[in-house]
Design a binder for this molecule. Structure first.
Ligand SMILES: Cc1cc2nc3c(=O)[nH]c(=O)nc-3n(C[C@H](O)[C@H](O)[C@H](O)COP(=O)(O)OP(=O)(O)OC[C@H]3O[C@@H](n4cnc5c(N)ncnc54)[C@H](O)[C@@H]3O)c2cc1C
Length: 307
């Protein structure tokens, strides 16, 4: 479903993010997770794109499989890094043929094993260039939906390290929106005040498209460290770190703290009329399921009905 129709249907969307599995075991685990999460009827699910196109086929295959074999509505991520125009064109043509309705257009980071990659070889330097290309593709009528792909972009409530100038950063985000983006999904964050301030700053900058809040429940200390590495710009508030510390070396207690904290964040975001909540699931279902239960939601439709 085109993202504009999704926002028509849900005043607040709830969505899940998966990454493509690279082994048979990981694949089995992911399909188990998907089977557990499908009954929660997410507004959509998104599938990440490995750094520099390292999961190009895996992302495509998972998206198409989800579309064909489940009731889920998958949105592929796509990045500029390490790609020429021909490659990007063939990727989006295949998605259009498969009837995929939306794409999350990203700059992307170079993969660790190709850090010497010369970015001048990329067809698109910034996500805004990819958005403009998708818009041109949409306007050509090559997609079965006359509106073409719905287009999402990334936002960073706590700032992206590549642009320490916060005013300039908002200008760059505005360029993505002006190029044709329909919605923004944020980097994970642990301080709602940062998200709400970001939303206000977007409004002041004339960015008036839905902003979906990225939430990652912490389920282990190891996962938290990994996220600190991957989630550029995200801050870990002392209140959260203290609570995790209090859980000591008890993994179940750490998980409980993480889920409780994420639930509180979601409750507060709902109070503030957030357009959507996007769960970074790390291909696991337990935390997401527990948060639905804590929010008193049978599934995402129950939220739409209550709104
Ligand atoms: C929701 C979400 C999903 C993600 N999924 C993936 C994924 O699947 N695969 C993956 O590899 N990465 C993913 N990332 C990470 C993302 O690709 C990186 O954080 C990347 O560095 C920034 O992406 P962007 O789309 O904001 O890029 P851009 O918008 O291109 O911005 C990148 C940097 O360049 C700056 N910039 C933008 N325009 C200009 C300009 N005109 N001149 C100068 N500087 C400019 C920006 O301020 C920023 O610092 C995701 C991030 C988020 C928030």
């Amino acid at each position: 479903m085109h993202i504009q129709d999704i926002f028509q249907r849900y005043r607040t969307t709830i969505s899940f993010e998966f990454f493509p599995p690279k082994s048979t075991d990981a694949s089995e685990a992911l399909y188990g997770t998907i089977a557990e999460l499908e009954p929660y009827k997410p507004s959509f699910v998104s599938v990440t794109y490995g750094a520099g196109g390292s999961t190009r086929e895996l992302t495509h295959d998972l998206v198409v499989r989800l579309k064909r074999t489940t009731a889920l509505d998958p949105i592929p991520h796509l990045t500029c890094v390490c790609h020429g125009e021909e490659e990007i064109r063939s990727i989006i043509e295949r998605y259009a043929e498969a009837g995929v309705s939306n794409i999350l257009a990203l700059g992307g980071d170079p993969p660790r094993d190709r850090e010497d990659w010369d970015r001048s070889q990329d067809a698109f330097r910034h996500a805004a260039d990819l958005v403009a290309y998708l818009k041109k593709f949409n306007d050509s009528g090559a997609h079965p939906d006359r509106r073409g792909f719905g287009i999402g972009v990334a936002g960073f409530p706590e700032g992206h390290p590549g642009t320490p100038n916060r005013l300039l950063e908002l200008d760059y985000l505005k360029r993505k929106v002006d190029a044709g983006a329909d919605y923004i999904v944020t980097q994970l964050f642990f301080s709602n005040a940062d998200f709400l301030d970001f939303r206000d700053r977007c409004d002041l900058a004339g960015i008036r498209i839905p902003i979906i809040a990225g939430i990652m429940p912490i389920v282990s200390k190891k996962g938290m460290s990994r996220m600190a590495e991957l989630a550029a710009g995200a801050r870990f508030p002392a209140k959260l770190l203290r609570a995790i510390d209090r859980a000591g070396n008890d993994p179940a207690a750490v998980e409980k703290v993480g889920i409780h904290y994420a639930t509180e964040q979601c409750l507060d975001l709902l109070e503030h009329g957030v357009s959507g909540i996007h769960f970074y699931t790390l291909n696991q279902s337990a935390a997401t399921r527990e948060i639905y239960a804590n929010l008193g939601l049978r599934d995402t439709d129950a939220l739409a009905a209550a709104n």
